[in-house]
Design a protein around this ligand. Structure first.
Ligand code: NAD
Length: 380
């Protein structure tokens, strides 16, 4: 069971990591003319850097892996990029050189299951299109690896159950890529709500969207839906962690489509409401046709909000008493380091499979409400 307290504890731990992040990073060799000596020294340094850290293999080398996770793994203290799984030989070659990955730690989708024989890989990080999350998580667990799975955890609750069961059976841990649980501004929203600094919550507003998307994200079979499971999921998360409560019921309405042909399989936008215990209503909105990023809480004695709220960086916070001024962190580095530490210290992760399962349950209730026009209760 993840409590608010353990969430806050973890994030504050995370902030401590950042202040020391980089301390173990490669030191540039300057003034050396002898190239072989230099590369030998660099190889030693790399070996040193990996010592005592858990090895992560990224599965799927798309945008998120390339632009966020791999660079973040250069800043982590408890884990490092040990391997890759890709269907594209060119990418394998490029990554191998860039990150000094040994040939034996490079897999494709056909050889993936043999990862079980590789002691360099402790954690498999599934960064594939949504419909592939369940299969690769279950296979990674069967290969005896801990798993981080990207959001949304899967398309159905039944798949989530299989993923959780597979990890349990293998005695391995499962976490979901919920990076904002390691981000100080989002953490501050949790603290302000929990301490009732501005009194009891009255209303929450959560909006997340972007103008434009592409590829598998508009293919329903691969994505499971439109902006809701992709970026709207951050609104569901934000409401859950800010209130510390689970929604009882939802109502939803699909938005109009500017480009009907492009969005023929999935919604282009939607609005939904979540009824929280005690009467707080969360008003949410998500879109692939509009930029937005807001988390606003209104309480008896004031407001507190983040705008933007959900990006990889650049959060800005304001309350009725003034602006927030909090440290900047590498969210993904903290998220992966926390999981590595959870494994070695044998403590729970604050972002477990059960949390991802609950979001999948809520997403499916929102879609049912959108389809039927009715209020849909979230099943227990
Ligand atoms: P992407 O399209 O850039 O990358 C997807 C990767 O999967 C590609 O390398 C592609 O080659 C590979 N792939 C393998 N089989 C495929 C198939 N059948 N069809 C299409 N691609 C296939 O996507 P991305 O933005 O990197 O997203 C990957 C996952 O990461 C998604 O689940 C997404 O929700 C998640 N994500 C999370 C965050 C976050 O902030 N936590 C941010 C971006 C993406």
């Amino acid at each position: 069971m993840v409590t608010r307290r353990s969430f806050i504890q973890t994030v504050s731990n995370g902030i401590v990591y950042t202040s020391v992040a980089g301390s173990g990073l490669l030191v540039a060799c300057q003034g050396k003319s002898d190239q072989s000596k230099e590369s030998e020294k660099q190889a030693d340094q790399r070996k040193e850097k990996k010592k005592g850290k858990l090895g992560i293999a990224l599965v799927g080398l798309g945008k998120y892996s390339e632009e966020q996770l791999a660079p973040a793994l250069e800043e982590t203290n408890h884990c490092y990029l040990a391997g890759i799984v890709t269907g594209t030989p060119d990418k394998a070659e490029k990554w191998k050189k860039k990150y000094d990955i040994p040939e034996k730690n490079i897999y494709n989708y056909e050889t993936f299951d043999t990862i079980k024989d590789n002691p360099d890989i402790d954690i498999v990080y599934v960064v594939l299109p949504n419909s592939m999350h369940a299969d690769y998580t279950v296979r990674a667990a069967k290969a005896g690896k801990h798993v981080i799975c990207e959001k949304p955890m899967a398309l159905t609750v039944a798949e989530c159950d299989q993923m959780i069961a597979a990890c349990k059976e293998a005695g391995k841990m499962l976490s979901i890529g919920y990076r904002l649980h390691f981000e100080p501004y989002n953490l501050e929203m949790v603290r302000l709500a929990e301490t009732k600094t501005f009194g009891n919550l009255k209303k929450i507003k959560a909006e997340n969207g972007m103008n434009g998307t592409e590829g598998w994200r508009v293919d329903k079979e691969l994505s499971g839906g439109g902006p809701l499971p992709d970026v709207g999921i951050y609104c569901i998360q934000a409401v859950r962690y800010t209130t510390g409560q689970e929604p009882l019921a939802v109502r939803a309405k699909e938005g109009p489509k500017k480009d009907k042909e492009f969005f023929k399989e999935v919604e282009a936008s939607l609005t939904w409401e979540m009824e929280m215990p005690g009467g707080v209503i969360a008003e949410c909105k998500s879109s692939y046709e509009e930029d937005m990023s807001l988390l606003r809480a209104e309480a008896d004695k004031g407001f507190f909000e983040l705008k933007p709220a959900y990006g990889y960086s650049g959060q800005k916070g304001e309350t009725s008493q003034g602006k927030m001024d909090l440290p900047k962190v590498n969210q993904q580095a903290l998220q992966m380091d926390d999981f590595a530490e959870a494994i070695t210290k044998k403590r729970p992760t604050p972002v477990p499979g059960e949390m991802g399962r609950q979001d999948v349950k809520i997403i499916n209730a929102i879609y049912e409400a959108m389809k039927t026009g009715k209020r849909v209760e979230i099943p227990a």
